[in-house]
Design a protein around this ligand. Structure first.
Ligand code: SF4
Length: 360
């Protein structure tokens, strides 16, 4: 049984539910305003509503679904990781990253993940369940509240003065977003709706390991969020090993879907490539990657791997990573190296959860 939350409702669903009580449509808009603009955590805080109505709203569901189990802050204070408990006892991770001009949150879309990438802590534990749209939205709201209210949660350990605002959302935490398509898109619609959280679609990035039908479907969505593909290998042989879903959607099928996506949306696609020592980081592999992306409106994000304890997959040393980047540039590929974040605070996907509650 799911614990229904008010964050699971679309505005129209909420209007319908409240219309059954004889309430006019503007009441549902007031609730949305309270939840998504004022970041209110309980119906009691909806002071524009009559008291009786506030109490009645509680019967539809809660407005907050997450409780903090633990937090970790990196030494440089530019990364903060939250471990949340859900109503059923499951836990999920959320990472808040501070950049010069951005405050970006990386959120989870599933408890665990079925994709089984061998270098990933989440993949080791398998899939437990999909998150609901409300549980996905709740992660963003929690962090937006934390940034707005310095007193909410202990000492201010952020490198920028709070209060401040959240600028970007990345669906790249635990889980494969396109394997939970309907709930993820319901959440994106709430986050981008002007009556909802009101975030620009272009400030949201969805990262997938390459579920081809989901990429095709995403191309037809009116909300033009950014697409990132976790590639990690330039050949099917290696990718079958690193990203097992490649056996079902090999590189040819994946790249056809990406080309179709670009043709429909005219948007650049980012390819994430986690550099793993001695596995996918040779100059020959850089050449193969450049071949694969030739003629594609693409940007490559190189990421030194965040190693999982006891895993044979280790990050590429900096000198080699720089050479890989230089080689791609010589091929005319748009490429940047992402800074490794959160070493020492288990900021790699699934690591805090694994360590704190023994999953995986
Ligand atoms: S890397 Fe992403 S897709 Fe792969 S197992 Fe981990 S969470 Fe799932």
């Amino acid at each position: 049984m799911r614990n229904k939350t008010l964050l699971d409702f679309t505005l129209d669903e909420l209007k319908d539910a409240m219309a059954a009580w004889g309430e006019p449509g503007y009441r549902a808009k007031q609730v949305w305003r309270g939840m998504y603009h004022d970041l209110t955590v309980s119906p009691e805080g909806l002071t524009t509503l009559p008291k009786g109505l506030r109490a009645r709203l509680e019967t539809l569901g809660t407005m907050s679904t997450l409780s903090v189990v633990s937090q970790a802050v990196s030494k440089s204070r530019d990364t903060r990781k939250f471990l949340f408990r859900l109503h059923d006892g499951n836990t999920i991770e959320v990472v808040l990253m501070f950049y010069e001009k951005r405050r970006s949150v990386c959120i989870s879309t599933q408890v665990g993940c079925a994709m089984g990438c061998p270098f990933c802590a989440t993949g080791m534990g398998g899939l437990v369940r999909n998150l609901t749209a409300g549980e996905i939205v709740a992660q963003v709201l929690f962090v937006a509240r934390w940034l707005r209210d310095p007193e909410v949660d202990g000492p201010d350990a952020s490198p920028v003065p709070r209060p401040t605002t959240l600028t970007h959302v990345v669906l790249m935490g635990m889980g494969e977003p396109l394997a939970n398509y309907d709930n993820v898109w319901r959440a994106i619609r709430t986050l981008t709706s002007p009556e909802g959280f009101g975030m620009g679609a272009r400030r949201i990035t969805l990262s997938t390991v390459g579920l081809v039908p989901g990429i095709r479907r995403m191309a037809r969505e009116p909300q033009q969020v950014n697409l990132a593909v976790s590639l990690h290998a330039p050949t099917d042989r290696l990718r079958n090993k690193l990203v097992p879903i490649n056996r079902r959607y090999p590189l040819k099928k994946l790249m056809d879907a990406v080309r179709e996506y670009i043709g429909t949306t005219h948007r650049r696609v980012t390819f994430e490539y986690a550099l793993m020592r001695g596995i996918n980081d040779s100059l020959e592999q850089a050449d193969l990657l450049a071949d694969l992306l030739s003629g594609v409106l693409a940007h490559v994000n190189l990421i030194p791997l965040n190693p999982v304890e006891g895993s044979p997959y280790q990050p590429t040393e900096q000198r080699k990573a720089n050479a890989f980047l230089g080689r791609l540039r010589r091929h005319g590929i748009s490429v940047t190296m992402r800074l490794r974040r959160g070493i020492g605070i288990d900021a790699g996907c699934g690591q805090l959860r694994r360590r704190t509650v023994g999953i995986g």
